[in-house]
Design a binder for this molecule. Structure first.
Ligand code: PMP
Length: 286
């Protein structure tokens, strides 16, 4: 059975799920999206994901053509149609088809697309062994140019950094902001541990406000750990006791080497391992 894809009220077979080439989402990356996970048939942190989607849309003056309730129903309908209990959900709202100019006022019918599928971002062994990353020379978007808080369809900034990572044999890459501080990775937020305290760059460092990041901060604080959101430099990362990344697709994944410098002894640290497990328990509900 072919996967069904939701487009603006209708479920289509994957091969027939198409939108106009005049859609400004396609022409200009003019649109917003979310990546979510469903565990045991329940969407993890659905409300914060919808908040972020609506905030991203507001920031680009895009009116989402349905209510949050209708969006929730559409997501559940698509998951059910595909019999997916544990999977990944890609929710996209495009500006809609228009003329060939930039003017968003000359578009009509923003399209809502929901893809539900299975995802395995990183091989299992990386959760045991940890991953190696490098710093990309591509700087994260300046917040005043295009806020990294907007989860827009234009991901070229991150893709350019991802290419640099891949060219260096790494599947993730670290991005700095225009001040040279650590921002985030191309599709994940970054944390370090030093003397038992967790550190992660603040929102003002120019990052996406990751929902997994929030969940991990909560989990760490619940177990009595201190978490500080303060600006970090690459030096802080190099001398950290532990390092890990967070993201919807990646969940919590250890980092054991940054720019050819092993993090501590080059193996995933105990607090990272604990958080990998705690996050699994939180999402799997056991
Ligand atoms: N930063 C960027 C640039 C991302 O694309 C993502 C993935 N959405 C993240 C961080 C992690 O965010 P979340 O935990 O909400 O998936």
């Amino acid at each position: 059975m072919s996967l069904k894809v939701y487009i603006s009220g209708t479920l289509y077979d994957k091969d027939d799920a198409k939108i106009s080439v005049y859609d400004h989402g396609f022409l200009y990356g003019d649109g917003v999206f979310e990546g979510m996970r469903s565990y045991g048939g329940r969407v993890f942190r659905l409300e914060p994901h919808l908040d972020r989607l609506w905030e991203s849309a507001k920031a680009i003056c895009l009116e989402i053509p349905m209510s949050r309730q209708q969006m929730t129903e559409a997501i559940n309908q698509t998951l059910q149609a595909n019999g997916i209990a544990d999977g990944y959900i890609r929710l996209i709202v495009t500006r809609g088809a228009g003329t060939l100019g930039l003017d968003p006022n000359r578009t009509s019918d923003p399209q809502v697309v929901i893809i539900t599928d299975h995802i395995a971002l990183y091989p299992d062994e990386l959760y045991e062994k940890g991953l190696k990353i490098v710093t990309a020379s591509t700087i994260r978007n300046h917040s005043a140019a295009l806020s990294p808080r907007i989860k827009s369809l234009n991901y070229l900034n991150n893709i350019l950094a991802k290419i640099e990572g891949l060219q260096a044999g790494c599947i993730e890459a670290l991005m700095l902001n225009t001040k040279g501080e650590v921002a985030e990775c191309t599709g994940d937020n970054i944390f370090i541990v030093r003397d038992g305290v967790l550190y992660t760059p603040p929102i003002e460092a120019g990052i996406l406000e990751g929902i997994t990041r929030d969940a991990v901060i909560e989990l760490a604080r619940q177990s009595g750990r201190e978490v500080r959101e303060i600006p970090l430099t690459r030096h802080d990362i190099y001398i950290a006791d532990e390092c890990f990344l967070t993201g919807t697709a990646a969940e919590v994944v250890p980092v054991v080497e940054v720019d050819s410098r092993p993090i501590a002894d080059g193996t995933p640290g105990p607090i990272t391992r604990e958080l990998v497990e705690k996050f699994r328990r939180l999402t799997r509900g056991d």
